[in-house]
Design a protein around this ligand. Structure first.
Ligand code: SF4
Length: 177
């Protein structure tokens, strides 16, 4: 089993070799690393801790951390979607962290819009529904941030929204029938 320390070392080494920094808030950083560790334990690959996974390596390939969207997001906004990797300016507090629009294509997003997502292909919709059911069976629930719309599957809502930093109280549970 991968430990939190191993995840931390891997992420630190990746940040260093690419000229990035890790989120300067120790509590947020710990939650993100723990999310990566849990996803690696569940799926056998460290899928993004801020996105719902299909639980299929092929479908999730683009969100295995560091995801395909990290470099353009850090370049344009100063941090990746989860704010795990940040630029020097963000790390030093010269520019603030801000909400980042999702770069992942619509047809690969799973969220509360799943029932009406016209962009979903039949295959991805079936896999998304199966993924949500499997997670529900494990006692996990779907939560969304009422401030920025960020969606996550967890046992409890996150301590802080990794996108807009809203507190746990601003999360609501989504029920999928
Ligand atoms: S958004 Fe950040 S934490 Fe999520 S997969 Fe991409 S690089 Fe990793």
């Amino acid at each position: 089993m991968t430990t939190l320390e191993e995840v931390r070392q891997r992420v630190e080494s990746d940040a260093k070799s690419n000229g990035y920094y890790l989120n300067p808030d120790p509590e947020v950083l710990r939650h993100l690393l723990e999310g990566l560790r849990k996803n690696e334990e569940r799926y056998d690959y460290p899928s993004c801790p801020c996105r719902l996974a299909f639980e299929s390596f092929e479908l999730d390939r683009d969100i295995i951390c560091p995801c395909d969207y990290r470099d353009p997001d850090v370049d344009e906004y100063g941090s990746c979607y989860c704010s795990l990797f940040v630029s020097k300016d963000v790390f030093e507090g010269k520019i603030p962290l801000k909400p980042i629009p999702e770069r992942r294509p619509n047809e690969k997003q799973i969220g509360p819009h799943i029932k009406s997502a016209k962009a979903f292909t039949k295959t991805t919709a079936v896999k998304a529904t199966a993924s949500i059911r499997k997670s529900s069976e494990r006692g996990m629930k779907l939560f969304y941030c009422r401030q920025c719309g960020y969606v996550c599957f967890r046992e409890e809502p996150p301590y802080l929204c990794p996108i807009c930093k809203a507190k746990r109280e601003l999360f609501a549970e989504v029920t999928i029938s």
